[in-house]
Design a protein around this ligand. Structure first.
Ligand code: AMP
Ligand code: MG
Length: 435
């Protein structure tokens, strides 16, 4: 398996003025080719630090991809440093110089002489064209046949770097990596913790590399398979994953809970409505972010005050008094009221305590109750203890409301949330290092 290192260059990155988005973009594309990224090194615009990063990267990995430091100014040092490190002279490329001159003529601007610095390359470099800027990138091969290293140098501006990577560098790397023999699948899950997933996945036989990504409140699992028979092996992994985790997997690849729920409602011809208290309309907001939601979304009642729960949803005041606004009974009555008022096939009610205030010993912050009302079946209710700050409780509650619709339509069991579910341990970890 080919290993790669990524170098991100620039004082703006080490001082925190700019967030390094290039490394993540490149890493994701390399993973898609089955190339293993062993390190991402970030250094400022200093020759000795650049030299350190390049020496380390070349020691660690067969492929090194660097961005930044290709500008015309004195602080852009990548090319000089790489040439010096490899002991190669700089060679002036007349064609590139002419293109830079032409670009300036085109914009009717005088060209500062230092722009021609961008037409100098280490000897042996192959130009990577830059359709959107003046500085082209380049790639080089160094070392002996037994100890080959491949270097790629690209500009730092993301808008320029991305097409250069996608159009020129990736096809070349794909050939190098034999990308035809690599494949991957990403499963999107909700309602089970990363460690819970890990435990289940660990028992799946077969050779594949699994990785997890927690993006509150969801966790995605990716499997990468290399070698022969990639398609068949991915199929086999898929079957095992669904057999063990089926109810938690709401989709694959680039999707979201609201899109999946929207597609399900559309396919079944079922309409939905929501009665929201603590989520303040978030459930409706998320579902109406899906294009085409008018086909199944009837509307929502944002019933924050008890008076609104009574007046618009017909929740009996005696019930509110006896059980409290945050109770399974009220969540159920809210769902039934929304279904009645809005004329939907299905309705979900959500009421809870998002915090930071308002919790009691009996109903602490994070207590959220749900109700689902549908035709021809009794209303279902449940109380969950959620976690995190106000924003998290709202987001998690909205996710649960959507997942309830999904589970209802697919006749799956009711969501269970415990320490093994999308558990508190996960929440703590995430709150320290949000992804
Ligand atoms: P450079 O090629 O070093 O002249 O970079 C030009 C500009 O690209 C910088 O001023 C940053 O705004 C941006 N940039 C450079 N490196 C990165 C990176 N790793 N991620 C995001 N933006 C970057
Ligand atoms: Mg720079």
């Amino acid at each position: 398996m080919i290993q790669a290192a990524i170098i991100s260059t620039g004082d703006e990155l080490t001082t925190g003025r700019t967030t390094d988005t290039n490394a993540g973009f490149i890493a994701d594309r390399l993973l898609g080719l089955g190339i293993d990224v062993v390190a991402v090194l970030t250094v400022g615009d200093r020759p000795e630090r650049l030299r350190w990063a390049w020496s380390e990267a070349l020691r660690l990995a067969e492929v090194v991809i660097a961005t930044g430091g290709l500008g015309p100014t004195a602080d852009d040092l990548t090319t000089e440093t790489v040439a010096a490190l490899l002991g190669r002279p700089l060679v002036h490329d007349a064609a590139v110089a002419e293109r830079i001159r032409e670009l300036f003529r085109l914009f009717n601007r005088p060209m500062p002489e230092n722009n021609l610095k961008q037409a100098a390359f280490p000897e042996g470099a192959v130009i990577v064209p830059n359709p959107l800027g003046t500085a082209p990138g380049y790639r080089m091969e160094v070392g002996s046949a037994e100890d080959r290293r491949h270097l790629v140098v690209l500009p730092g501006v993301p808008r320029e770097m991305k097409p250069m990577l996608t159009e020129t560098v990736l096809p070349w790397l794909a050939e190098l990596a034999g990308a035809a023999r690599v494949g991957h699948r990403t499963f999107q899950t909700f309602g089970i913790s990363e460690s819970g997933l890990d435990e289940v996945i660990a028992g799946i036989p077969g050779e594949g590399r699994w990785s997890f990504r927690a993006n509150f409140p969801e966790v995605s699992v990716r499997v990468v398979v290399r070698g022969d028979d990639v398609e068949r092996r991915l199929e086999a992994f898929g079957r095992e994953v669904y057999a063990r985790l089926g109810q938690y997997i709401y989709g694959e690849g680039d999707t979201s809970m609201e899109r999946v729920v929207g597609a399900l409602l559309a396919a079944r011809g079922v309409t939905v409505a929501f009665a929201e208290s603590c989520t303040g309309g978030l459930v409706s907001h998320r579902l109406t972010n899906v294009p085409g939601s008018s086909a199944y979304y009837r509307g929502g009642v944002n019933a924050y005050a008890n008076a609104v729960k009574e007046a618009l949803l017909g929740v009996p005041s005696a019930l509110l008094e006896a059980e409290g606004a945050v109770s399974e009974a009220v969540a159920g009555a809210m769902a039934e009221g929304a279904r009645r008022a809005l004329g939907s096939d299905l309705a979900v009610g959500v009421t809870g305590i998002a915090g930071p205030d308002g919790g009691t010993a009996e109903k602490p912050v994070g207590t959220v109750c749900f109700g689902l009302a549908a035709a021809d079946r009794p209303t279902v209710t449940r109380r969950y203890q959620l976690w995190g700050n106000r924003e998290w409780v709202k987001l998690l509650a909205s996710q649960i409301a959507l997942d309830w619709v999904r589970r209802h339509l697919l006749a799956l069991p009711l969501l269970e949330i415990g320490p093994r579910g999308a558990g508190p341990a996960e929440a703590k970890r995430e709150s320290v290092a949000p992804s």
